[in-house]
Design a protein around this ligand. Structure first.
Ligand code: SF4
Length: 338
């Protein structure tokens, strides 16, 4: 790298801590460019919008980078384990920091900033975990956590004499009180909620669906289309290789329609009803079961036969089925993500 520049890349998740870390770095006189990595596992609670609003308020440019394809490998084969859901937080942190590190030269920046706070998260923010991320990402002292910097090892900007140790903060633990005060004082706009509520991999239902699919197909066979389908609907298992996914609202119905390729699409032409997908090679009996199950979520009157269209590969079949009762015990038994 040429002459080190007083410039940092700040990873910005849309959360408060990463925005504060970027803000503090800026306040210490560094040029800062924000970086948001879109992994495909955001819950869709406006993270990108939030990052843009935060960057605007801080007066810094921000890069949005789609890393969804590469990130699937992190989710499939984490080296350092998972949290309570399917969240591979340590591998995820390493991946993100490494990605930011890869951009240092192109951006003319000297170090990477994250919003990690010592002791805030049990899996990924205790001291050995923070050290592991610095080591495994290859960034070492060029990875800076300004919010806890006083409590951590020396960093590149300190060695260069650009900042003093006491310029960093000494935040520690799970309390958000000081962060909230700083956000107000520094004019950081609305941020996504703390505690990782924006990561699908933390969600219990999503984790159940993913574990179930790994049992069915094995991790190597999982595709990005598989992961996309896991985002939506209620999931039921009808056989070792057959699932049915039933949309819960208009948005999910639209998403399932878009993902219908290669699956059997069930639709209700005569009554308001969900979009459902039968995933896998369903036999005659499984197809009928799927239609009866999906019909339970339609507006068809109880006990009355209803017409279902089953479409696949340009072929359409018509089935007449009787919807399962709303409290049919099979619903609970077959549900993957209850
Ligand atoms: S909660 Fe999700 S986004 Fe956050 S570190 Fe863990 S895996 Fe990554």
């Amino acid at each position: 790298m040429a002459v080190p520049q007083k410039k940092a890349i700040a990873l910005m998740s849309g959360g408060l801590d990463s925005a504060l870390a970027a803000a503090l770095t800026r306040r210490l006189g560094f040029e800062v460019v924000g970086l948001h990595l879109a992994t495909g596992f955001c819950t869709g609670k406006g993270r990108c919008d939030t990052v843009l609003a935060q960057a605007l308020a801080l007066g810094i440019p921000v890069r949005l980078l789609d890393v969804a394809e590469e990130y699937l490998e992190v989710v499939k084969r984490p080296r350092f384990g998972r949290g309570q859901g399917m969240n591979p937080c340590l591998d995820c942190r390493i991946f993100m920091v490494r990605k930011a590190g890869e951009l240092l030269e192109a951006e003319g920046a000297s170090f990477v900033v994250t919003g990690e706070v010592l002791g805030q998260r049990p899996m990924s923010q205790h001291l050995p975990a923070l050290e592991l991320v610095a080591r495994e990402s290859g960034l070492g002292e060029r990875l800076v956590r300004p919010l806890s910097g006083r409590l951590l090892g020396p960093t590149f900007p300190e060695r260069m004499g650009w900042v003093r140790r006491e310029d960093w903060l000494d935040l520690q633990g799970r309390s958000r009180k000081r962060q909230m005060e700083l956000a107000q004082a520094w004019g950081i706009p609305a941020y996504t909620p703390p505690g990782g509520g924006c990561c699908l991999l933390l969600e219990r239902a999503y984790a159940k669906r993913l574990r179930d699919l790994i049992r069915e197909k094995g991790v190597d066979a999982l595709t990005k289309e598989d992961f996309a389908l896991l985002r939506y609907g209620r999931h039921f298992r009808l056989g070792p290789k057959v699932r049915v996914v039933v949309g819960r609202d208009e948005l999910e119905n639209a998403a399932l329609l878009a993902l219908a390729g290669g699956h059997t699409l069930l639709a209700f032409p005569d009554v308001p009803g969900p979009v459902a997908l039968v995933v896998g090679e369903a036999g005659e009996e499984e197809l009928r079961l799927a239609a009866e199950l999906a019909a339970r979520y339609s507006d068809a009157p109880a006990g009355a036969p209803v017409r279902v269209l089953a479409q696949r590969d340009g072929q359409t079949r018509e089935l007449w089925v009787t919807p399962w009762p709303k409290d049919d015990p099979r619903l609970r038994r077959l549900r993957i993500d209850r």
